[in-house]
Design a binder for this molecule. Structure first.
Ligand code: NAG
Ligand code: NAG
Ligand code: NAG
Ligand code: NAG
Length: 137
């Protein structure tokens, strides 16, 4: 009898532990891989770029989610995201792309990243932003 109770309790605890794990799996956030910009992108300030991401594995219940795209630069301990000046906001995540313009006053650096937020944030590879394209002035 004692062993039955022990077994039952063990089963009960296993279920109790497994349940939140399952919940966690349901909540696994979709982290789309950004396919543009890439590490070989040189994005001129003041010019547009089609930022794209891989739609593989997008969860059904994420189909109506909207995204937020932030510019940052990757340093050792921070993504230095510019939360006050989103590159784009409110676009459908399920579309897989958003066309946005790099602000004119973006300082040239070679460690810029864009981070796409839907359920979670996913960063692009580091890329360059150079000064405004002289040909476009
Ligand atoms: C990024 O900028 C650095 C420094 O200006 C330069 O050496 C490098 O070639 C640039 N990379 C690309 C992909 O344009
Ligand atoms: C951005 O790229 C996607 C995928 O290649 C394409 O379907 C879409 O038309 C492009 N958007 C613009 C504005 O160029
Ligand atoms: C997405 O939006 C459509 C139209 O508003 C709605 O019918 C559908 O139930 C929504 N789907 C989800 C998963 O929220
Ligand atoms: C960026 O500079 C260009 C050329 O000087 C100008 O036409 C454009 O309006 C500027 N864009 C922004 C967002 O300030």
């Amino acid at each position: 009898m004692l062993s039955f109770v022990a077994l039952f309790s063990a089963f009960f605890f296993a279920v109790a532990i497994a349940y939140p794990m399952t919940k966690l799996q349901e909540l696994i956030v979709w982290s789309p891989t950004i396919t543009s910009p890439t590490s070989s992108t040189n994005w001129c300030a003041g010019t547009p770029l089609n930022v794209t991401w891989d739609m593989m594995g997008m969860p059904e219940d994420g189909k109506n989610s909207t995204g937020l795209l932030l510019l940052g630069h990757q340093t050792q301990d921070s993504e230095n995201l510019d939360i006050h000046h989103p590159l784009a906001n409110g676009f459908p995540l399920s579309r897989g792309w958003v066309f946005c313009t790099m602000p004119n006053d973006t300082a040239p650096r070679s460690d810029y990243i864009v981070v796409l937020f839907g359920d979670s944030g996913n960063a692009s590879p580091r890329f360059n932003v150079s000064g405004p394209d002289p040909a476009a002035q």
